[in-house]
Design a protein around this ligand. Sequence first.
Ligand code: ATP
Ligand code: MG
Length: 313
Amino acid sequence: MTDTTRADAAPGELAANRERIAARIVGRERELELTLAAVAAGRDILLEGPPGTSKTTMLTAITEEWGIPLLFVEGNADLTPAKLVGHHNPARVLKEDYSADNFVAGPLVEAMREGGFLYIEEFNRAPEDTLNTLLTAMADRSIAVPRVGRIAAKPTFRVIASMNPYDNVGTTRLSTSVHDRLNRLAIDYQDAPSEEAIVRLRAGGHARGALGERLVVDAVAVTRATRSHPEVRQGSSVRGAIDCVLVASKLAELRDLRSPEQEGYPQLVLDAMVVSLSGRIHLDEAIETTPERVLREIWEDHFILEPATAAPG
Ligand SMILES: Nc1ncnc2c1ncn2[C@@H]1O[C@H](COP(=O)(O)OP(=O)(O)OP(=O)(O)O)[C@@H](O)[C@H]1O
Ligand SMILES: [Mg+2]
């Protein structure tokens, strides 16, 4: 990858770039194409989607293909402008006074110097003065650091922000002036076949054989059901399905269960669901129930009321 913005890449180069990046990701052709178009155009972007919807996976694939660093920062009330930009080492300042040499770069300056992507998760939780520092750096593509001077960003520097649309605790409502400075892409959950493919990829050998294959289909189905259950505010991401398969596979070993046709199979899935999903579903506060009760209902729907949907294929 050349050290320029992708806006001036040779014709066809960007499409080839996309093909190589896509090879590392399950599905997500449209989201990848749109995100790539934005960053190749030299622009910054906000990715808005619930947890586990491929945001980090896509950014990792793009930055690896481009050969540039991906720096993570979590947006929260403690993310001050100084944490983002950097600070002077106090011990050295006492001995040597302030200098560019004893400045410890924060992730923003590091990303600018190295031409990396600065990925700010939960962007809407960052304090307003931090957002302002960031917006200035994005607009100027350089930053003035007191006693260090002006630091210019390399051409591949980008700011990628993310936020969870369901998140409403401790968040700042982004002002229209912030929104006006960002591109945005909403990302939702993938379809069942894609989620099954992701789980197969991440669960490796545990997803193989008659038992493994059936576990993947059932784990994805019950995980998806947590997202539409009426008492759940936010259901589990595909991470819950991955863990469900891994835990169920070990339970099967402990219980000497080798086939999904065996009598103990539905109970095995329920037990794995409790471990892998109960902490990942967030209930509607107004409703008196427990994650375990909700999971049992989902399990009954899947295995008892509609056994047809539990059949493979
Ligand atoms: N399209 C995909 N292809 C391959 N693996 C994926 C894909 N989407 C998600 N995964 C897998 O699912 C898990 C979560 O994905 P990822 O970390 O990309 O989500 P995220 O959107 O960054 O979530 P969060 O908002 O919680 O940080 C990872 O284990 C990842 O490997
Ligand atoms: Mg992530």
